[in-house]
Design a protein around this ligand. Structure first.
Ligand SMILES: Nc1ncnc2c1ncn2[C@@H]1O[C@H](COP(=O)(O)OP(=O)(O)OP(=O)(O)O)[C@@H](O)[C@H]1O
Length: 484
């Protein structure tokens, strides 16, 4: 069927106005035919981009058409869910059924997206400022159901609940949705890593719904504009495509954990872990913690050693820019190995060859992937999901003024260019603690302040993404030359 020639007329109910659906320029056109007073009529149309159409279904038993989509709100706000149900005249039933099927094909199959996903959803009632349940009930569940997804919903009742379920589950879901912050994603990925077939299990994509404080992963997948928008994150759960991502093994005291996002020490760990009691503030607690840390201005008692892959900032920025021009590159799966074991560790703790040790005192060390670590700070603007490397930065203990002026450029990523900031792309790094007092935060979770080592496993994890890249418009200094 040629979608562009078809107009489907639907009467919402005897007392309501009529609607006409059509398809134009890769968008669903919804035209309201409104009966005005005194017998006059008025038509009003809006265009819904293909990406925002969730479902079109025709029920041939009673002749009703259901159309669900996310409609952009006016001004700056995100989209809201619209579900329209109406009756089609009997002589148009056949054409409507064909039209509905054609739209679903364009919206899903032609883009390689499977409709009607089976989703395992974890809702943390205590994430962020405690709004997880209401965000799920009001926005997430209605959107996923409107798209025809089937849901298995678990409200977590303790820390570790999601991990315990995931590590023994049947691998039958199209994706795992977390309604919380980054801590619940950390739990789910560690559960998948402890599954009897961990490499296969980590092929199940994870889709975060922002209901935590920092929501770093949602920001990276959806961008700064939509990163805190549960409706856009729900759209990602329905229509995002699997995107392979590197994962990190963190080994501490002989115990191996999986980290997907960040490890921080010094000021950047303190501002998170020492403001836990201020969760009611939302992500403002991080700025409060930052300013407190700058006033205290204490050195971070660690020694950092790095197995460097790249230390030229311009080269890193150019490589990131080039990768981001090619969303969803034909990335391979995790490196082949046994499906019943995680990749073996390559770097031994006593291996010294080719490691660089930073001798300077530092205010903080931050390592990880994904540009944003919060709305106020793009720590890793040149990070890529699948370069097989961990970005490691260390802020020297220069001056309070330097630190403050850096953070004011925080959301733009411009602090990357601060000449005194050490920034490495690394295969691995290790930290030795020089005191027993300090904080280590891994994906926003508290870990013991003890020595540890991190190495990268290329493309071991899977996320859902609408964009096939981290959403950032950070550019190299040489961008004009690159275009030429
Ligand atoms: N029912 C529960 N009771 C207590 N803790 C829970 C429960 N369910 C999950 N958790 C734990 O709550 C912790 C915090 O959740 P999460 O990190 O997702 O939110 P957040 O800290 O507010 O967000 P972010 O990490 O983005 O700042 C996680 O360690 C998670 O394992």
């Amino acid at each position: 069927m040629n979608l562009n020639n078809a107009h489907i007329l639907v009467r919402l109910s005897p007392s309501h106005h009529a609607l006409t659906f059509s398809w134009l320029d890769d968008a669903l056109v919804v035209t309201h035919d409104i009966d005005k007073a005194k017998g006059s009529r008025q038509s009003k149309s809006h265009h819904i981009p293909r990406e925002h159409v969730l479902r079109v279904a025709f029920d041939s038993k009673n002749g009703t058409l259901t159309v669900a989509y996310l409609r952009p709100k006016k001004k700056k706000k995100g989209p809201h869910l619209v579900v329209l149900n109406g009756v089609v005249q009997e002589d148009a039933w056949e054409a409507t059924a064909t039209w509905a099927q054609s739209v679903m094909k364009v919206v899903y199959d032609d883009n390689g997206i499977k409709p009607f996903r089976r989703l395992l959803v974890f809702v943390n009632p205590h994430g962020g400022s405690g709004n997880g349940v209401s965000i799920f009930n009001k926005i997430v569940q209605p959107t996923l159901q409107a798209a025809g997804c089937s849901l298995k919903v678990v409200h977590t009742d303790r820390q570790g609940h999601a991990l315990d379920i995931v590590k023994t589950m049947e691998l039958e879901y199209d994706a795992i949705v977390t309604v919380s912050g980054d801590g619940l994603v950390h739990e789910v990925l560690n559960g998948l890593a402890q599954h009897p077939t961990p490499v296969k299990a980590l092929g199940t994509p994870v889709a975060p719904i922002p209901a935590g404080s920092g929501n770093g992963l949602a920001l990276n997948l959806l961008g700064i504009k939509h990163g805190f928008d549960p409706a856009m994150a729900s759209l990602n759960a329905v229509k995002g495509k699997p995107m392979r991502t590197d994962l990190f093994s963190l080994v501490q005291d002989g115990k191996r954990s999986i980290s997907f996002m960040s490890q921080s020490l010094g000021l950047m760990a303190d501002l998170d872990l020492e403001t836990e009691h201020l969760r009611w503030m939302g992500d403002t607690r991080f700025m409060y913690g930052f300013l407190r840390g700058v006033l205290a201005f204490e050195p971070c008692p660690v020694q950092l050693s790095v197995k460097i892959a790249e230390k030229d900032k311009d080269k890193m920025a150019e490589a990131a820019y080039a990768r981001n021009q090619t969303p969803f590159p034909s990335s391979k799966d995790a490196e082949a190995g046994s499906p019943s074991a995680l990749p073996s560790l390559k770097y031994l703790p006593d291996d010294e060859e080719g490691w660089y040790t930073l001798e300077e005192p530092v205010l903080f060390v931050y390592a990880g992937q994904g540009p944003y670590v919060g709305r106020d700070y793009m720590a890793f603007p040149v990070s890529l999901p699948d370069d097989g490397l961990v970005d490691v930065l260390a802020m020297p203990l220069s001056s309070r003024k330097d630190t403050l002026s850096n953070i004011t450029t925080g959301p733009s990523g411009e602090s990357f260019w601060f000449p005194k900031l050490h920034y490495f792309k690394a295969y691995a790094y290790r930290v030795k603690t020089l005191s027993n007092k300090g904080n280590l935060s891994v994906d926003g979770e508290r870990f013991p302040f003890k020595e540890y080592q991190v190495e990268v496993h290329p493309r071991l994890g899977t996320l859902l993404s609408l964009h096939g890249r981290y959403v950032t418009d950070f550019k190299p200094r040489t961008v004009e030359n690159l275009k030429a």
